[in-house]
Design a protein around this ligand. Sequence first.
Ligand code: F6P
Length: 362
Amino acid sequence: MAKIERIGILTSGGDSPGLNAAIRGVAKTVMREDVEVLGIQDGFAGLVENRAERLEWNQVSGILTLGGTILGTSRNKPHKWPKKGGGTEDRTDDAVKSYKKMGLDALVCLGGGGTQKNAFRLMEKGGLRIVTLPKTIDNDVFGTDISFGFDTAMTIACEAIDRLHTTASSHHRCMLVDIMGHRAGWLALEAGLAGGADVILIPEIPFSFRKVANALIKREKNNKRFSIIAVAEGAEIVGEGARKDDGAEDPEGDGDALLAPSLSHRLAAFIQKETALETRVTTLGHLQRGGTPTPTDRALATLLGAKAGECILHGEFGVMIAHRGGQAVPVPLAEVAGKKKLVPMDDPLIKTARLLGLCLGD
Ligand code: F6P
């Protein structure tokens, strides 16, 4: 195999704590073997528009603990490029041209489910040599036990629940905390369990308002004068199906933002009417993606990033570096692209919640 001389790296989709740690992991690994690294700006937008700059060692050093991404990101997809005046066009050819113009021997794409799909398309349609990494606070990337960003977001959500506990108990209130996670319940489930929530509502288990209210009434009868409800932003009501975003629905599961309002405020109004509890809603939103990654995320992103660098040096392409059983494992992108990892009904965390008698709304 011809020596790898230059690679590109981009970060795409919603930012996630640990991205800079991963960029550092990839870049340091290959730079030590005299491979040049181009930082492509703003995700696939920079690839389509040929925007990149050479990264020096000192730019990838000292960024381990930094939140966000030094490269910038976007939700742009080459094959669905927004046109002025509305509609979209396919600019895959421009992305392929830039890859060639930049003189890349390989491209590393850091992103969630949408990124895995877009990267796979570029590999299939344009013949690009690609390695990807799974990043998302939602933890819904298929094929990996965990994605970097999740631990930080889960920690932030759990801290928020801890803080809501003291004010809820002082005022004898019901507190709903609306937690990101897109159409997966991992964040709400794990933060809810770790924070001691009384009710946890996730998209995988459609819930009924009545069941939630009944659980709160039962708590009151047991002299519990406050309650905490962890609501995943994608939670669904029994019989209503998934929330639809006006004109911005995500039929391909590309991980775009959920723009329709979550159910938290509707549920809060119902609870206040049906129980004696004053009810308040806290939406954590993008706070969950901001700031310094936890040590767990830093270590995970570094592990996966370094492995991506090693794969490139060995000429292994068309893979996502997954985390499986504590190891960084390259898995074919073809096995990952277009799939989502949702919470299975036999997940140990679901079982645990039920053993403890938590209400899951069903
Ligand atoms: O995928 C990460 C995520 O934070 C989801 O949890 C959320 O639904 C979405 O991104 C928000 O996207 P945006 O930053 O585009 O508003």
